[in-house]
Design a protein around this ligand. Structure first.
Ligand SMILES: NC(=O)c1ccc[n+]([C@@H]2O[C@H](COP(=O)([O-])OP(=O)(O)OC[C@H]3O[C@@H](n4cnc5c(N)ncnc54)[C@H](OP(=O)(O)O)[C@@H]3O)[C@@H](O)[C@H]2O)c1
Length: 327
């Protein structure tokens, strides 16, 4: 396993494995025994960067979420896990009532929610300090200064280590970071966005984003990463939720002329290396010049084994150049 530093301040930065593990469906769709087996194997292989959220997985049972954090809390206790494992969680997108969602009824990013939801997450996880806490989605109803100060207070109190942000427009991320920097407060250092080798159309509106998707890492985000060495991209859904293995799962926004040449390049490199397409994607993301950490889910130890080997796969400069150039 290889490692990468997230964050910059000596007191909060962490060395994390270049493959992060998504625990989104642990404790709901993935049963406890399987989830524990995946977590144990991930740690045994040197993995130390696990991702969850206060709202996972509310859509499975129509509740408000929390099953994933609770399962991780039970796993931590039963294994005696301490500081060596970095558990990232998120707040802001928990539905305020059962039967609703983050689209129509999110908790949002007020100072009160930040304080109270972080406290609940610490309880469910059984930790004194959240290693990395993300704003899960934007909240345009709250002044950004309030959100920035709300997160900074928790860092100052020592109940949160690093701050991150997910699914927000880049201008909002930059504005929040500028507010924090001007006030001498800690700002977002980890960006969590959807990113894989295949690229979606970004102009397709949905319920959350009427002007087109903000959840995908597009050119603005990649340029921002290049310009700001303090930032890391944690790439969610790197395996397109299984679509490289099950092409019928490929979402409609990937149906465009750029997809076949990218897929062809992936298959060519997979043939050359003897690896699977999933492994080539993870190797391409984690071994490139930009600081990208793929955050893969999985519902079995066998899938995890494949993904672990992907993070260890070394691509040649020529293979990488062909993967980069395909469009
Ligand atoms: N910030 C956000 O808004 C956001 C959004 C989504 C996800 N996330 C985070 O990102 C993590 C990963 O997201 P994801 O589950 O959408 O992404 P993913 O890693 O692209 O997809 C995971 C799914 O792909 C399939 N899979 C995984 N490894 C495989 C393998 N080696 N071979 C074949 N199929 C494989 C499995 O599907 P089957 O189980 O059907 O076999 C698995 O459940 C989540 O757990 C969560 O922590 C964050």
């Amino acid at each position: 396993m290889k490692y990468r530093t997230i964050g910059t301040a000596p007191e909060s930065r962490r060395e994390v494995s270049v493959l992060a593990l998504g625990a989104m469906l642990f404790g709901s769709r993935t049963d406890e025994k399987t989830s524990f087996a995946i977590l144990d194997r991930y740690v045994e292989a040197g993995g130390n960067f696990i991702d969850t959220s206060d709202n996972y997985a509310f859509w499975v049972d129509g509740g408000q979420g929390g099953q994933s954090e609770e399962l991780l809390g039970r796993w931590r206790r039963s294994r005696g896990v301490g500081d060596e494992i970095v558990i990232a969680t998120k707040l802001g997108a928990r539905p305020l009532a059962p039967g609703t969602s983050y689209i129509d009824n999110p908790e949002g990013l007020s100072a009160k929610v930040i304080r109270e939801s972080a406290e609940r997450s610490r309880e469910r996880l059984g930790v004194d300090k959240l290693d990395l806490l993300y704003a899960h989605i934007d909240d345009p109803t709250v002044p950004q200064r309030e959100t920035v100060e709300g997160f900074a207070e928790l860092v100052a109190e020592g109940t949160v280590g690093l701050l991150g942000v997910s699914n927000q427009a880049m201008w909002r991320v930059e504005r929040a970071r500028a507010i924090a920097a001007a006030a001498g407060l800690p700002g977002y250092e980890v960006l969590q966005y959807a990113h894989s080798h295949l690229r979606p159309r970004l102009d397709v509106p949905d319920d959350m984003f009427p002007d087109g998707s903000l959840g995908h890492a597009g050119p603005e985000l990649l340029g921002y990463l290049r310009a700001e060495p303090a930032l890391t991209l944690v790439a969610y859904s790197p395996l397109l939720r299984g679509a490289y293995t099950h092409p019928d799962r490929l979402p409609a926004d990937f149906d465009h002329p750029g997809t076949p040449p990218r897929l062809a390049a992936l298959h060519e490199v997979a043939r050359e290396t003897g690896a699977t397409v999933n492994q080539v994607v993870l190797a391409w993301q984690s071994g490139g010049e930009l600081p990208i950490i793929p955050l893969a889910g999985g519902s079995s130890v066998a899938q995890l084994e494949e993904n672990l080997a992907g993070a260890d796969l070394e691509l040649t400069a020529d293979q990488r150049a062909r993967l980069d150039a395909a469009h």
